[in-house]
Design a protein around this ligand. Structure first.
Ligand code: PEP
Ligand code: MG
Length: 594
């Protein structure tokens, strides 16, 4: 339940995942009613309309039942109880009587009658000065939209790429495939009921630089289209009906942000070097060709992670070798001579394609432990080969490197390397140019990969630690589940020890090691990672400047001391407190101080 203030504000609290503040009208996905108008019917049609009404109510009851089950499963019975109130609306005899009477007497369609009578009820309830009844209005309208949509067979399909006016999107969940299409100019921010800091939707919000809050529980059922909210992606708060005082306070935060941004701009062309001279490579994570420009604007030293699976989402056919080649080529040549690390397909988990033939198979009980990433590619070798050939071809036009995701054992690495060799041989035979010395690296994101890091390190030129998955798999914490988000703990001693082991194995074999998971984008984690010996950090483009700012204000020696402490400390919160203290001392203005 939101916190309500006497001023009329209501506050919803969630998990902040992408910084920034926005104010605007909301668009709740899941509440779009089909367009209907009053249509007269003949006397003979009345019984058919009454029958349609029965069917529509039945379908709605079934839908509500299904949703209730899903929400109970995902969030517990308490959160799902909201749908009981919805079912009660469907059983309200006065409402149903009003609808049937209108169909019979005024001779109108079932959808028009339901919409009109429900709206009349809603307006009467709305005029009463009672919070409880106002909540009922929201339920009533929500159900009315469902019934009308069921009556006219309307499937809601809002295209976030074609919105006509700016809005803040609120939804139960936003699949990355939907987020991928959204128009940045029209979507001011978004909030979802579910999700955690490293869900791909959250990562996407950060790379789009859109303020976002996830884990808002049942906000999508309590908020309604057209209401005004303030969404604060710094603290994870959504304020319904913000007062002038609240808007003023947020305006000041925005102002401080702006002057800090100017300071960041001044170091745009400077290297990411610590006060005692340690040079760190600071690169950026990208998802599509047009992101290359952002990497340059942000001052990133190339691409540390190209999440190529986004080229495969939101479409009904596979992108072929040629199409992929054009995308990789464009990024490589735009950023040349800087490196572009292209991660091979990481489909699966929460990135489910809509491509026929793949999507059906992807329905799994535990998608994050299932048919994902390199496992998928090694089974679907035609798809994998097309991608490898496209990457190899692009390597003739820039500094391209290949990186495999989700390596859990040596076999996967050797099999993948064999496929690369086969693709090289084919291209060589056909006289197609590629970089013979193209480097290959492995992501380290599964504890088993850390434990065999020495074997892997002998066969690759670099490691990049995917902390999002490494944390999820080490701590057995689903990275998307907000109920256990408190257990998702980057400073857990086990996670830090695994990072240390990875760095030691890499350095023993003379290869470098980076971090491209969200830990690299978290200010407090930067000194820890540097202290643990990481050579490269890769963040979303907009976070390159603040992370560089922090690096330039730290001494590697103090980072090493912090890491030494962390590796002997038994308490993750103590480690976090020390790490936070170090960054806030080094870069106080990053946190709104001066
Ligand atoms: C990671 O797991 O940290 C990572 C960078 O990969 P992704 O977030 O795409 O799974
Ligand atoms: Mg990963």
């Amino acid at each position: 339940m939101p916190e309500r203030a006497a001023t009329g504000e209501a506050i919803f609290r969630g998990i902040p995942v992408s910084s920034g503040v926005c104010v605007g009208k909301i668009l709740v996905l899941g509440q779009q009613r089909a367009q209907i108008s009053r249509q007269e019917i003949s006397e003979a049609d009345v019984s058919r309309q009454l029958e349609r009404l029965e069917q529509g109510l039945l379908a709605t009851r079934q839908q509500l039942h299904d949703i209730q089950q899903q929400v109970t499963h995902a969030m517990g019975a308490k959160d799902a109880s909201i749908f009981e109130a919805h079912v009660l609306v469907l059983d309200d005899p006065t409402l149903l009587e009003g609808v049937t009477r209108m169909i019979a007497e005024e001779k109108v369609t079932a959808e028009w009658a339901f919409h009109t009578v429900a709206e009349r009820f809603a307006q009467t309830l709305e005029a009463l000065p009672d919070d409880y009844l106002r909540e009922r209005v929201a339920d009533l309208r929500d159900v009315a939209v469902r019934v009308v949509n069921n009556l006219v067979g309307h499937e809601e399909a809002v295209d976030l790429g074609r919105l006509k006016e700016p809005c803040i999107v609120i939804a139960h969940d936003l699949a990355p495939s939907i987020t991928a299409r959204l128009d940045k100019k029209m979507v001011l921010g978004f909030g979802t009921d579910v999700g955690g800091k490293t869900s791909h939707t959250a990562i996407m919000a950060r790379s789009l630089r859109i303020p976002a809050v996830v884990g808002l529980k049942d906000a999508s059922h309590r908020l309604h289209n057209g209401q005004t909210v303030l969404l604060d992606g710094f603290t994870g708060v959504v304020v319904l009906n913000p007062t002038d005082q609240t808007l003023f306070e947020y305006g000041q935060i925005e102002q401080r942000q702006k002057s800090f941004e100017e300071r960041l701009h001044e170091i745009h062309n400077q290297p990411a070097v610590t006060l005692d001279g340690a040079q760190i490579t600071l690169s950026a994570n990208v998802e599509e060709a047009s992101d290359a420009a952002e990497v340059k604007i942000a001052g990133g030293e190339g691409v540390g992670l190209f999440r190529t699976e986004f080229l495969f989402l939101n479409r009904s056919t596979l992108p072929g070798e040629e199409e992929q080649y054009q995308v990789y080529r464009q990024v490589a040549s735009e950023l040349k001579p800087q490196p572009v690390i292209i991660r091979t397909l990481d489909l699966g988990g929460d990135k489910l394609p809509t491509i026929v033939g793949i999507a059906q198979d992807a329905a799994e009980m535990n998608p994050f432990l299932g048919w994902r990433a390199i496992r998928f590619c090694l089974q679907e070798s035609a798809i994998f080969r097309a991608q490898l050939r496209a990457i190899l071809r692009a390597s003739a036009e820039g500094n391209v490197k290949i990186m495999y995701p989700m390596i859990s054992g040596l076999e996967e690495l050797t099999q993948s390397n064999e496929l690369v060799e086969q693709c090289k041989a084919e291209l060589r035979a056909a006289g197609v140019p590629f970089d013979e010395n193209l480097e290959i690296g492995a992501m380290i994101e599964i504890p088993s990969a850390v434990m065999i890091a020495d074997s892997l390190a002998k066969r690759v030129k670099f490691f990049s630690i995917g902390t999002n998955d490494l944390i999820q798999y080490t701590l057995a914490v689903d990275r998307l589940n907000e109920k256990i988000a408190y257990l998702y703990d980057p400073t857990h001693p086990a996670v830090l020890k695994l990072i240390k082991l990875t760095v030691e194995a890499a350095h023993r074999h003379g290869i470098w090691v980076g971090v491209c998971g969200e830990m690299a984008s978290d200010p407090a984690m930067v000194p820890l990672l540097l202290g643990l010996g990481v050579d490269e950090l890769s963040t979303s483009p907009p976070l390159v400047p603040p992370i560089k700012y922090i690096i330039r204000r730290l001494k590697l020696s103090e980072c090493a001391e912090l890491a030494d402490f962390a590796l002997t400390c038994e308490s993750s919160s103590e480690i976090l407190t020390r790490a936070q203290a170090l960054v806030s001392r080094a870069a106080p203005d990053l946190f709104g101080g001066t």
